[in-house]
Design a protein around this ligand. Structure first.
Ligand SMILES: NC(=O)c1ccc[n+]([C@@H]2O[C@H](COP(=O)([O-])OP(=O)(O)OC[C@H]3O[C@@H](n4cnc5c(N)ncnc54)[C@H](O)[C@@H]3O)[C@@H](O)[C@H]2O)c1
Length: 296
């Protein structure tokens, strides 16, 4: 396996492209927006610089990683010689189905089609292709260059050899594979999102304030960050869409998103990426400041 295409150059796509390029794969990064592609290359350069300054990689590795990445706005042309495609476009079913229909038409027959979806059914995505056995979930964690886990999700029809190839590849990237089956939220988000939702409910019902909720979970449970800060970091829109998938998939009211989360997403307070969520964010500052809306 040599040629890897990454579709979507946002938060996850740039991290996935970074890791493959650093490990010597030729990466074609694809997005509908040239601006996003430019930003992604800039981000990858800065993240590689940080690794060099920490002594984690050499200057040569950084330079070869950047040389390994090309960018493209035309999916059909970019995937022609791909051995593996990792789709990391927006978490939207219609967008993903459209991309996989195009991949089915344009990618070589032996190419593995992976998706980084957080929650959408792999079986559903595979169903729009003529070869569902080559479709698999490859769920990287954010930030990709730092986080060790890759949750590998077998769709209903995923071939055993495809799973084995992706397990091997994950190890070659220096990451730890964990194979799970295709049910709503898989494992990571089925367990994480109800915890985040419960933290938001605790705030909504006035059981405790933002700092107290996050401090209890950080100091009491040894979590590196509290659930409200983590929700801001993931993106409140992403959290809401995953909870909706769990709620609709299991038809169980225990997954119903908290009305406060729904309101915040409607008001476009999406967390770190929009500058405000449960905390407010100032560019260049690492201080954790509770959003005015929730300050005591
Ligand atoms: N953000 C996280 O913490 C996280 C963690 C794990 C998995 N994921 C999953 O990774 C995927 C990407 O999430 P993200 O946070 O990077 O999103 P993002 O919004 O940062 O980036 C999405 C990118 O996809 C591009 N895009 C949209 N439609 C496209 C198309 N048809 N063709 C090519 N590019 C297209 C957008 O222009 C954008 O650059 C989602 O499926 C998400 O659920 C996200």
């Amino acid at each position: 396996m040599k040629n890897v295409c990454v579709i979507g150059a946002g938060t996850m796509g740039n991290g996935i492209a970074h890791v493959f390029a650093q490990c010597g794969y030729a990466v074609s990064l694809i997005d509908v927006s040239q601006d996003q592609l430019n930003k992604a290359i800039d981000t990858i350069g800065k993240n590689l610089d940080r690794q060099v300054s920490k002594g984690a990689i050499s200057l040569e590795i950084k330079e070869s990683a950047l040389r390994n990445i090309s960018t493209n706005t035309s999916l059909a042309a970019a995937v022609k010689n791909a051995d593996l495609i990792v789709e990391a476009a927006s978490e939207n079913l219609a967008v993903k189905l459209d991309i996989f229909r195009q991949l089915d038409e344009n990618a070589p027959t032996g190419c593995i089609l992976a998706t980084n979806t957080s929650s959408i059914s792999i079986t559903k995505i595979a169903s729009v292709t003529s070869g569902p056995e080559r479709v698999i979930g490859m769920h990287f964690m954010n930030p990709v260059p730092v986080m060790k886990l890759v949750e590998i999700i077998n769709g209903y029809s995923t071939a055993k050899e495809v799973t084995e190839t992706i397990i091997d590849l994950t190890r070659k990237l220096g990451k730890i594979p964990c194979v799970v089956n295709d049910y709503p939220g898989f494992i990571a988000n089925r367990i994480l999102m109800p915890m985040i939702n419960e933290a938001i409910y605790s705030l909504y019902e006035g059981v405790a304030a933002v700092e107290e909720i996050d401090t209890v979970m950080k100091l009491g449970m040894a979590h590196p960050m509290g659930p409200l800060q983590l929700a801001d970091f993931i993106g409140l829109d992403v959290c809401l869409s995953i909870l909706n998938v769990l709620h609709e998939g299991f038809r169980n009211p225990k997954y119903a998103p908290c009305p406060l989360l729904v309101n915040m997403v409607t008001a476009k307070k999406l967390g770190a990426k929009t500058g405000e969520g449960f905390y407010s964010y100032t560019p260049g500052s690492k201080d954790l400041v509770v959003s005015k809306r929730f300050s005591k």
